[in-house]
Design a protein around this ligand. Structure first.
Ligand SMILES: Cc1ncc(COP(=O)(O)O)c(C=O)c1O
Length: 308
């Protein structure tokens, strides 16, 4: 869904121009629509104590450019130009907080897999967007998916590429069919990887544990923020292989990601975590993340926020 009710005209930034949202359309045979041959980012802007601010804009734009590089897509814009386009769009759309979706795609309506020399467009949307799990701050119910997370011998997992998300979509859909809110995917070897669009943290003995890059996770910017917030609070973080059964014995579990922000997991495979209640360390990180993204963290907010 694109946002809620907005009275102000909304725009899309595409190839350097602002176009009214309802006029920003592509032909049905657009290559990236048929084959998933696009790359994208997901960014949030928050209503901070000093006005609207984009969270970790530079890191997101740099990841976008790395995704493009993996697929040899020449976007024709520098990190600075893309960052400026994001802030200009949020300003133009008059949004106090929003979700921002940069997207680069083959804007060419051909059939066939050869993309050499085909036209690439870069578009940015900034839309009104609330809580990803519909305000489930009391915690969500997860299952371990029967689908495995894609691995980097099959597809580059560090590229945020549209096609990768079919793996996420089928796992999320399985979770819904099984009556859960979200899936947890194992890596190809059977260790915990991540959610379909979220990284995962376990809390055990007041320590954070999270799967390492070797489990083919997307290296999330929110994950990195949680790790930095933990470090600044003297909380140890273990990045390592995580066995499935550790989900069942964890003191607390939570997902994190730009869309999901920090979402507590209170049930996994029908087992209660922390008696089915959100635990104290999850609550502490939830507040720490919210403070950092809205200007109230004295250590990080100034470097993580870009004001529009
Ligand atoms: C597969 C996957 N893992 C993890 C994340 C979390 O990453 P980030 O915190 O950078 O949004 C995302 C969201 O982008 C994702 O799509």
């Amino acid at each position: 869904m694109i946002g809620g009710f907005l009275s102000k005209q909304q725009y899309i930034w595409i190839d350097g121009k602002f176009i009214p949202l309802e006029k920003a359309n592509v032909p049905i045979l657009t290559h990236s629509l048929q084959y998933g041959s696009g790359i994208f980012e997901g960014i949030r802007a928050y209503a901070s104590n000093k006005g609207t601010a984009v969270f970790r804009l530079k890191d997101h734009v740099e990841r976008f450019l790395r995704s493009a590089k993996i697929y040899s897509m020449n976007l024709g814009y520098s990190a600075e130009e893309l960052g400026d386009a994001v802030t200009a769009l949020v300003r133009k759309n008059g949004l106090k907080s929003c979700y921002i979706r940069p997207y680069a795609f083959y804007n060419d309506d051909h059939i066939g897999l050869d993309v050499s020399g085909k036209k690439i467009s870069v578009a940015i949307a900034a839309v009104d967007f609330g809580s990803y799990f519909g305000g489930k701050d009391k915690g969500i119910n997860c299952i371990v998916s029967s689908w495995r997370r894609i691995n980097s011998q099959i597809l580059p997992v560090q590229a945020k590429a549209s096609g990768n998300y079919l793996n996420s979509i089928i796992a999320s859909y399985e979770a819904k069919l099984r009556g859960a809110d979200e899936a947890i995917l194992l890596d190809i070897r059977g260790y915990i990887a991540e959610g379909p669009g979220e990284n995962i943290f376990l809390v055990r003995d007041n320590k954070l544990i999270t799967p390492s890059e070797s489990s083919d996770i997307l290296l999330g910017i929110t994950r990195d923020s949680i790790m930095k917030l933990a470090e600044s609070r003297g909380i140890e973080v273990e990045e390592r292989l995580v066995h499935r059964e550790e989900l069942y014995t964890a003191d607390e579990l939570f997902f994190c990601g730009t869309a999901a922000e920090l979402t507590p997991i209170t049930h996994v495979d029908s087992r209660a975590v922390n008696g089915g209640k959100v635990g104290p360390i999850t609550k502490m990180f939830s507040k720490a993340y919210s403070d950092a993204s809205t200007g109230y963290d004295n250590v990080f907010s100034s470097s993580w926020l870009t004001f529009v």
